[in-house]
Design a protein around this ligand. Sequence first.
Ligand code: URA
Length: 234
Amino acid sequence: MLKKNISNSIKLLKYYKLINFNLIYNNKAINRYKKNNYEISEDKSKKLELLKKEIMSLKNCELKKQAKNIVFCDGNPKSKIMLIGEAPGANEDQEGLPFVGRAGILLDKMLAAIHLDRKKVYISNIINYRPPDNRRPTEEEIKRYLPFIIKHIEIINPKILILLGSTAMNALIGKDVVISKMRGEWIEKKIGNCKTSIIITFHPAFLIRQPAQKKWAWIDLKMVRDKKIELKIN
Ligand code: URA
């Protein structure tokens, strides 16, 4: 009798899944928008489009004049985990996507080590256009782009914010801090109107140059993995 009941319940559940029960019986207005295969709210999608347009209409920016493409984001805009790097390099400029060169390959491996990938996180940079010859962005350039990345964070509203390297750290946490002291601990902070848990770790390009430092990055990654569980992020 019990076996039969369980079997009937399973059949019913499968059937509800098949007919997309939630979609049919949910009273809320269906206001979903498919963008790059991610179903996000129309509001969020519009805000992201608007922000991208604002950046693209920047006047008198030498970086923008020399770059091939804007590098705005990659990944899932619905994700509760956002990563921020420094600025695009040559490969990113070519493809219009962040972290697709050598540093990106290592970043993908770092994410995979904690069972994450680009479909589960959201990635952007402090600066949206490639600095010539991959030089570090200047203070002035960082100042110009900072309001945009703050707005970007507000729109995505991540629960976990991973800052990759000292440029992202100095831009968003403060200039008078050093990465060797700041990495490996959680910082609870409000960026714009987004309250989030921030962790700073080494930039993958730095780790390519200094592989001995990967052990520290691994500790940071494990902290992200644990926080993800604590915050019930899947
Ligand atoms: N380094 C960065 O900081 N960002 C990229 O997108 C690529 C390399």
